[in-house]
Structure formats: structure tokens, C-alpha cells
Write a protein that binds this ligand. Structure first.
Ligand code: FE2
Length: 200
């Protein structure tokens, strides 16, 4: 890859964004399967649909540039999604897992916000006004998705997770501290049938 002009950098970064979006299209359905909270599921499903439209916008730009959209692997998004996959596949309290999924999804969103911010600026600089508008639409969708996740986390899921985790700690403490009761005593050995006969 040779970056001899802002135009070549623009095309290269667009390819990176398109590969990143395609990776998200594969990863997001698996993440959605692991979600417990209904509103979080709806938000991620909505963003999955937006992601399809974002790929279409990028394809439109590649058509206009008469450039191939292929040839670049977004290693950054691969890393972010690998970590997201590990988090989403942990076991534990459902609300804590949902909080983890939000954390992972927001890493994805912030990565994309950085990417779309850069290519939108390049498009404006190079005089591609239509591209700039298309990329700004995607950028705003990413920002809105991020805000929705923040709102869900702060309003509900993080609080549920905190309460769920505290409940578990209290339950464990209660089990450890409770006084011994009759039911804790091992069962007495009942006389084996025939034991009494041996007394005679
Ligand atoms: Fe996206």
C-alpha cells in the first residue's frame, strides 16, 4: 500500500471501515443471542439494521470512486470484537453479563465514531460533498447508538447488575454465617433391619 496522496489515504480508510462494518455484521447477531435485557436486545437489533445501511452507503461511495471496496483487513475491529466475544460468552449474573455486553458494544461504537469522523473529514477536504453527507449520516447513527447504550446502562442495566451482584454476595455471606440448625445435623443411623434380632 502506498499513501502518496490524501485521496489514497481516503480510499484506504474507507476500505478499513467497510471491513470493520462487515465484521460487525457477523459478530453482532451472536452478541444479541447472549443478551437478557429486552431493551438492550431491541437497541442492538436496531443497530444491526443500521449497520447494513452503513455498508450500503460505503458501497455507494466505492461505486462513485470506481474503486474496489476490498483489500484491507481492519485489525483494530478484529481485536475489539475478539474481546467482545470473550466477554459475551462468560457465565454469570444475567444483568452483569448485559452490562459487559454494553461495555463491549460501546468499544465497537467508539472505534467506528473515530473511523467515520476521519473519513468524513477527508471527504470534505477532497471536495466529495455527497460522500461527506453519507458518512456524516453513518457517524450520527454511531453516536446515537452509543448514547442509547449509555442511557440503558445508566438508567437500568448497570443498576440491575450492581443489585444482582450484591444479592449474590449477601446470599453467600448468609450461608457462611448462619447458625447450625437441626437440618444441618447428619441423619442418625437408623437400625438396620435385623439389628434388633441380634440382641437376643
Ligand atoms: Fe457501524
Amino acid at each position: 500500500m502506498r499513501l502518496e496522496s490524501m485521496h489514497s489515504l481516503y480510499v484506504e480508510r474507507l476500505r478499513d471501515m467497510r471491513d470493520a462494518e462487515n465484521q460487525i455484521l457477523k459478530a453482532l447477531p451472536k452478541m444479541i443471542e447472549r443478551v437478557h435485557h429486552a431493551e438492550l436486545r431491541v437497541a442492538l437489533e436496531h443497530h444491526l439494521e443500521e449497520t447494513r445501511q452503513q455498508v450500503s452507503r460505503l458501497d455507494l461511495i466505492f461505486d462513485e470512486l470506481d474503486e474496489s471496496p476490498r483489500g484491507t483487513k481492519c485489525k483494530g475491529m478484529a481485536g475489539v470484537l475478539e474481546e467482545a466475544d470473550e466477554l459475551a460468552n462468560e457465565n454469570g449474573d444475567p444483568s452483569v453479563l448485559d452490562a459487559a455486553i454494553i461495555d463491549a458494544a460501546q468499544h465497537v461504537e467508539h472505534y467506528e465514531i473515530a473511523g467515520y469522523g476521519a473519513v468524513k473529514t477527508f471527504a470534505g477536504l477532497l471536495g466529495y460533498d455527497k460522500h461527506e453527507t453519507l458518512l456524516e449520516t453513518s457517524l450520527n447513527e454511531e453516536k446515537k447508538a452509543d448514547e442509547t447504550l449509555t442511557d440503558l446502562a445508566e438508567r437500568s442495566i448497570n443498576l440491575d447488575a450492581l443489585q444482582g451482584a450484591e444479592r449474590e454476595v449477601r446470599r453467600a455471606a448468609q450461608l457462611a454465617d448462619r447458625p447450625r440448625t437441626e437440618s444441618d445435623r447428619p441423619p442418625e443411623r437408623r437400625p438396620f433391619f435385623g439389628d434388633e434380632d441380634r440382641r437376643y
